[in-house]
Ligand binder design. Structure first.
Ligand code: 13P
Length: 252
């Protein structure tokens, strides 16, 4: 059996955080000691406005930073958008693409997400590609079909196993306090791994970190993170408080 990739615990701050919240990032960094670093990689994805300052503040701490989105084009007349090179220039190592809030609120399709992931790879960033079903899709028994289709549509052909991260985030579990059962999470992650095997080949698929996201908290992190094919977490609300985020980090 292939050795599981090193877990990644990523905080997605969404549209939260002014310069003063760099103190929260530093408090997180103080809790990421050698023991934590040996077990998992830790990442914070703050708003773009504080990305550079946070990256600078975190140098030498072992905590990486990431963007929350990028444009598919390298430059041009796209008012308000940020290119992958700009995210990288701000010091980030990762960038989230295809978060359900982007897919839903900004109408992004899997083809758009794929183009963004390709741009991220081109800028030497690791894209964290988000996929996940809505409540209606789950209730219609379509979870696996939806997740596989999003994965096939969003993953660049040039992806390598270590060069991308997949985040499974059921839309109905985001910010709701609800999570799927452990068995459901394990089933979806196994299907994602199998689909990655078909797309990348088995050896590369084994290297992909497949994160679970959606109402991860210190109280449920240990159970979720111990499941097969779960290689870390993408955390929203609980990543905004250092103690909660560290509670999740320490649960691995
Ligand atoms: P919550 O952890 O707040 O449910 O958000 C999950 C998420 O959307 C992370 O990207």
């Amino acid at each position: 059996m292939a050795i599981a990739p090193k877990p990644l615990v990523a905080g997605n701050w969404k549209m939260n955080g002014l310069r003063g919240s760099l103190e929260t990032a530093m408090a997180i960094a103080r809790g990421v000691d050698a023991g934590v670093r040996a077990r998992s990689d830790v990442l914070i994805c703050p708003p773009a406005t504080v990305l550079h300052a946070m990256t600078s503040a975190l140098i030498g701490t072992g905590v990486a930073t990431g963007g929350q989105d990028c444009h598919a084009s390298p430059s041009g007349a796209f008012t308000g958008d940020i290119s992958a090179a700009m995210v990288a220039d701000a010091g980030a190592a990762f960038v989230i693409v295809g978060h359900s809030e982007r897919r839903t609120l900004h109408g992004e399709t899997s083809a758009d997400v794929k183009a963004k992931a390709e741009a991220a790879l081109g800028a030497f960033l690791v894209p964290i590609i988000c996929i996940g079903e809505t409540l209606a899709e789950r209730e219609a028994g379509r979870t696996i079909a939806v997740v596989k289709k999003q994965l096939r549509g969003s993953l660049p052909e040039t992806a390598t196993g270590a060069g991308v991260v997949i985040a499974y985030e059921p839309v109905w579990a985001i910010g709701t306090g609800k999570t799927p059962t452990a068995a459901d999470v394990a089933e979806v992650h196994a299907e994602i791994r199998a689909e990655l095997g078909r797309l990348l080949g088995k050896a590369e698929a084994a290297k992909v970190r497949v994160l679970y996201g959606g109402s991860v908290k210190p109280s449920n992190a240990a159970e979720l993170m111990a499941l097969p094919n779960v290689n870390g977490a993408l955390v929203g609300g609980a990543s905004l408080k250092a103690e909660d985020f560290l509670g999740i980090v320490r649960a691995i």
